[in-house]
Design a protein around this ligand. Structure first.
Ligand SMILES: Cc1ncc(C[n+]2csc(CCOP(=O)(O)OP(=O)(O)O)c2C)c(N)n1
Length: 298
């Protein structure tokens, strides 16, 4: 179905491309992919008006499943190149997608500094709690004691408390969604894309991986996830309150916009040489005449 907002606005069809989906049946990537296209369309963003950056993994293979400007980088490295794209052209909405293996294992250093630096990008975590593309090894978000490929007795380490780490980094935006709730996910993505003018928007999307994740299944998530905002949670609250809500997953899992603040300048807004500049770096680079330097070399 194509959602048409206005006669000359973008539609879901504008994001379509001929590449066939190779995700497993029931993969949460389908829900995230659909919700993102809807969010972009509802924000009035056409494919040429947004930069989509993909890490390596099952989720990263989404890079050839929609039209537009897409970058596909090295495993664990999506935050550096997405942030660089944004700093080069701060007028462009930039959305980065990464898996839990990429973000909390391989590229955790980049993730830590992405939030700490408050880079003005939106980051979508495809949280299937395992390394999907390489056939189901444990990531640091896999539940302890779960038999996985290459660790049939479970991993010895405890599961990393990802939300506790996120809140320790003093984020400006934290949300959590579920790949099985596309309408809610669409709203979360729209708010997270709009937040990037204030800084790093982190969205943890709990997703089904029917092939390798046999613990936090679609049904498990469906039974536990609830909309915290619908139950009165105000994201503009004290960080400690949002942190406690995010961490308490013992009986139910809070989803929605969990924390948001607009009073901390983004990394770009803190760069003194960019103060009061109306142009983007890419526009300025295009105007430099290097002929004089080249003649010196001849
Ligand atoms: C630098 C580097 N390290 C390791 C790999 C191998 N590799 C490719 S995908 C992947 C796992 C991806 O897992 P995750 O990031 O959780 O994404 P998912 O496939 O679950 O969506 C690994 C280890 C690689 N391609 N490059």
């Amino acid at each position: 179905m194509s959602i048409k907002l206005e006669s000359n606005g973008p539609s879901m069809n504008d994001y379509s491309c001929a590449t066939q989906c190779t995700w497993c049946d029931g993969c949460g990537d389908y829900g995230i992919w659909t919700a993102m296209k809807r969010a972009l369309v509802e924000l009035g963003l056409a494919p040429h008006q947004v930069c989509l950056c993909f890490d390596v993994g099952c989720h990263g293979n989404g890079s050839d499943k929609l039209a537009g400007y897409r970058f596909h980088g090295l495993h664990g490295r999506v935050i550096p190149f997405a942030s660089a794209a944004k700093l080069a052209n701060h007028k462009l909405p930039v959305i980065a997608f990464g898996g839990d293996g990429a973000s909390f294992s391989e590229g955790i250093g980049h993730f830590v500094h992405g939030i700490r630096s408050n880079y003005p990008i939106t980051f979508i975590l495809h949280n299937n709690a395992n390394y999907g593309l390489t056939l189901g090894q444990a990531s640091s978000l896999t539940w302890q004691d779960q038999p996985m490929n290459s660790s049939p007795n479970g991993i010895p380490e405890h599961t990393l408390n990802s939300m506790d780490l996120v809140f320790a980094l003093e984020p400006t935006f934290v949300a959590r969604g579920f790949s099985g709730n596309i309408p809610q996910l669409t709203q979360i993505f729209k708010t997270a894309i709009q937040h990037q003018k204030h800084g790093f928007a982190f969205v943890d999307v709990l997703q089904a991986c029917p092939t390798y994740n046999h613990f936090a299944t679609h049904q498990y998530l469906l039974d536990r996830c609830y909309d915290a905002n619908a139950e009165g949670h105000d994201a503009h609250c004290e960080p400690s309150k949002a942190r406690a809500l995010a961490l308490d997953t013992s009986k139910r899992i809070a989803t929605g916009i969990l924390f948001q603040r607009e009073d901390v300048p983004s990394f770009y807004d803190r760069l003194a040489p960019r103060k009061d500049k109306k142009t983007a770096l890419v526009e300025e680079v295009g105007k430099v005449d290097v002929g004089e330097f080249m003649r010196e070399l001849i």
